[in-house]
Design a protein around this ligand. Structure first.
Ligand code: ADP
Ligand code: MG
Ligand code: ZN
Length: 475
């Protein structure tokens, strides 16, 4: 293994967040009933003409600018011809010899992963197969949705690096607000090209292309499997076959899908139904202004403005929605460190890794702040606060409603707490004797006992004070 190095290049497709499709005015919204967002253009009826969606071009430009790619001032779309039931026109409008942008890079851990090209194309429809395998359905809602294809140079050196690259890429695209980047819903898809070679060799080895991964983790696993497979073949003195392979998620192996001989000849040619794209400096500058703070900048600002640690800032900025949520809370309650802790421990635990926009987090910033204020005012304990948070998250009720409904207000009544303290002292003779002998730790134990009796609702500081007074009076 050690004598070989791994070479990886990725082809990433992202669905752009436009209101309408790439070449018609059908809506792009996900999850609509099948074949309700369709028209003669995106179902390939004869005689219709496509029109370029300006916003899709702008989102592509935004991406090209952020990665320092060289934007073509003049480019054309191309027809990629092939037959498949999800492609009613029998060709996909894509870009081939004249991509919208070339070059550029994304840095991970100080290393530049270069982009070969960034171009626009349209998505195909979606096939749904019945369980028996005898019937297939086709949904054209997805057909014609704008896709941005980003192809890297073979600069990635390990499966782990590929995963990191995808995570960083997704984070940046989220910040740019150009895509949902949701691999489960298919708004981000990735094919991986991989080869191995003896260390020190200049020439690239024969590659295989791996498809069908539905998470970043499976990309990493598929590449790890595939690199091992290739190295073993070379060690046996055999040759790698250039082919496309599918990742089998269940068995965690890659399987041959088609070899080079069976590869399509797409017969690309310039799309005659569309005008060429001309992009001038003025337009690029306008789009540049749309680019707001990127993740790394935001991280530095969080550290500086809110005095939080590098680690905390990193967690908070990892998703734009979380970072926005944090700032909204800080606006309402100027205690960034406390808010950061609550978001990182309690809120992230509830979200469970799902990517949400600020508005989609079921606990409104006002509500988190309400809980924190109740704690600050000693009306509830921290533990009660955490319980309330879960309940607000699940029911959408306000913290105050929950406190009232469940009678959760912290017990501060000195007389009431006194009663519990008396009880505990009566029930723990041995501990009291220990205390009389000078064992100070006993106090914490007794406080714990009172807290248990009050189901955590007593104010622990008051409990401690009353307890100490009582104990002193016993001497
Ligand atoms: P193809 O014409 O087969 O699609 P491209 O040159 O367009 O090949 O490259 C497709 C992807 O494969 C790119 O991401 C590129 O970096 C990667 N790639 C090309 N050659 C190799 C190789 N020998 N090993 C690993 N990745 C490669
Ligand atoms: Mg290719
Ligand atoms: Zn349409």
């Amino acid at each position: 293994m050690e004598d070989y190095e791994i070479v990886i290049g990725l082809e990433v497709h992202v669905e752009l967040l436009t209101k309408t499709k790439m070449f018609c005015s059908c809506l792009t919204e996900f999850g609509a009933p099948p074949n309700t967002h369709v028209c003669p253009v995106c179902t390939g009826m004869p005689g219709v003409l496509p029109v370029i969606n300006k916003r899709a071009v702008e989102l592509a430009l935004k991406t090209a600018i952020v990665f320092n790619s060289e934007i073509s001032r003049f480019c054309r779309f191309a027809r990629k011809n092939y037959f498949y039931p999800d492609l009613p026109k029998n060709y996909q409008i894509s870009q081939y010899e004249e991509p919208l942008a070339k070059g550029g890079y994304l840095e991970i851990d100080g290393k530049r992963i270069r982009f070969k090209r960034i171009h626009l194309e349209e998505d195909a429809g979606k096939l749904l197969h019945s369980e028996t395998g005898f019937i297939s359905f086709v949904d054209f809602n997805r057909s014609g949705i704008p896709l941005l294809e980003m192809v890297t140079e073979p600069d990635i050196g390990s499966p782990e690096e590929a995963e990191k690259f995808l995570e960083k890429l997704k984070q940046i695209l989220e910040y740019l607000e150009i895509s949902d980047c949701n691999m489960e819903e298919g708004s981000l898809r990735c094919d991986a090209n991989i080869s191995v070679r003896k260390k020190g060799t200049k020439e690239l080895g024969v590659k295989t292309e791996v498809k069908n991964m539905n998470s970043f983790k499976s990309v990493r696993k598929a590449l790890a499997y595939e690199s091992k497979r290739q190295i073993e073949i070379l060690k046996r003195g055999e040759k790698i076959v250039q082919e496309t392979r599918l990742w089998n998620e269940k068995e965690e192996i890659t399987e041959s899908m088609r070899t080079k001989e069976e590869a399509h000849d797409y017969r690309y040619f310039p799309e005659p139904d569309l005008v060429p794209l001309e992009i001038n400096d003025g337009w690029i500058e306008e789009i540049r202004k749309e680019i707001k703070e990127m993740p790394d900048e935001r991280k530095e600002r969080f550290k500086k403005d809110y005095g939080i640690s590098d680690y905390d800032a990193n967690v908070l900025i990892s998703h734009k929605g979380i970072a926005d949520y944090f700032e909204e809370c800080v606006k309402l309650y100027n205690n960034p460190k406390v808010i950061a802790n609550w978001i990182m421990s309690e809120i992230l635990a509830q979200i469970k890794g799902k990517v949400l926009k600020k508005e989609e987090i079921p606990l409104k910033p006002e509500y988190l702040v309400d809980i924190l204020k109740l704690i600050e005012e000693n009306k509830i304990t921290v533990n009660t606060g955490k319980e309330i948070l879960k309940e607000v998250y699940n029911t959408g009720l306000s913290p105050c409603e929950i406190v009232e409904k469940k009678n959760l207000l912290q017990i501060q009544d000195i007389e009431l707490i006194g009663k519990f303290v008396e009880e505990v002292i009566r029930e723990n003779e041995k501990a009291i004797n220990d205390w009389k002998k000078g064992k100070q730790e006993v106090i914490s134990f007794l406080v714990g006992q009172v807290m248990r009796k009050t189901k955590g609702r007593a104010n622990p500081n008051i409990v401690r004070n009353i307890l100490i007074e009582y104990l002193k009076s016993l001497k």
